[in-house]
Design a protein around this ligand. Structure first.
Ligand code: CIR
Length: 252
């Protein structure tokens, strides 16, 4: 079994990506591309085979591929992203995943962003958010009947569930303290001062983390995890982080 990571290049239009509030300094596309290259190198260092899709200039947010699909085992649900401007992103992801996985397609009126779904064990934790509606959650459950779907209400102002938590392997998760309850899980708490660091990509004992969050890094290293810190300033300006830049899945 090998691990693949599907990523998508940063378009020249990335400076027009959605953001809840305009950044103090505009997005630097050249820097974003350099940071994306570092992210891809980190995924490779984690043991993943990285597949890079070309950018779609008509989709400024296309680098955030996570939102376009939910993968469980050998099956992927291609989502209908909550932001209308992002719906054109799914076709290329469908085509890229088709050789590897059984694909299902989410339909109107459902909306769901992959960033709202965290898979741990046999449970899909899903955030009810401005991007993910009740039909989206229903179609998620229908797509993966073997999984228990657990709906979580997000704290105000949180874009996606995985802005506040992410899986580390087994039943371990990173979680910003004081946000949602995840009982019976092996929680690594992230302080609110380091909240951004709660989103990380874990692959078999390696973790791609945002650089500049020493307390979270120490907590992860103390568990024997191998850290791969990467710069994130430009995706952060577009409300993105680490999991959102890839779709990681196992192939035979
Ligand atoms: C958006 O608002 O859709 C993008 N600018 C950011 C999406 C980040 N996605 C994620 O965290 N899963």
């Amino acid at each position: 079994m090998s691990i693949r990571a599907l990523v998508r290049a940063v378009p020249a239009t990335f400076a027009d990506a959605l953001c809840a509030s305009p950044p103090a300094h505009p997005i630097d596309v050249a820097l974003a591309r350099a940071q994306h290259a570092a992210y891809c190198e980190a995924l490779t260092a984690c043991g993943a085979a990285v597949e890079l899709l070309p950018a779609d200039e008509s989709s400024p947010d296309c680098v955030f591929v996570e939102d376009t699909a939910v993968v469980v085992g050998r099956r992927a649900l291609i989502t209908r992203p909550g932001a209308p401007s992002r719906r054109g992103e799914t076709a290329a992801v469908f085509a890229a995943l088709e050789p590897h996985l059984e694909l299902l397609q989410m339909h109107d009126p459902a909306t769901l962003d992959g960033g709202d779904v965290m898979h741990v064990g046999e449970t899909l934790y899903v955030g009810r958010s401005a991007r993910t509606n009740a039909d989206g959650i229903r179609q998620l459950q229908d797509a993966f009947p073997s999984q228990r779907v657990q709906v979580l209400d997000l704290p105000p102002g949180v874009l996606h569930l995985k802005c506040i938590c992410s899986p580390l392997g087994g039943d371990a998760v990173l979680l910003v303290e004081g946000t949602v309850e995840l009982p019976h899980m092996d929680v690594v708490h992230v302080t609110s001062a380091e909240a951004y660091a709660a989103n990380a990509v874990a692959i078999h004992g390696h973790v791609v983390v945002a650089d500049g969050f020493p307390r979270t890094h120490d907590a992860l290293a103390a568990r024997g995890l191998v850290l791969h810190p990467v710069p994130v300033s430009e995706v952060q300006k577009a409300d993105g982080s680490l999991t959102c830049q890839s779709i990681v899945f196992a192939t035979l």
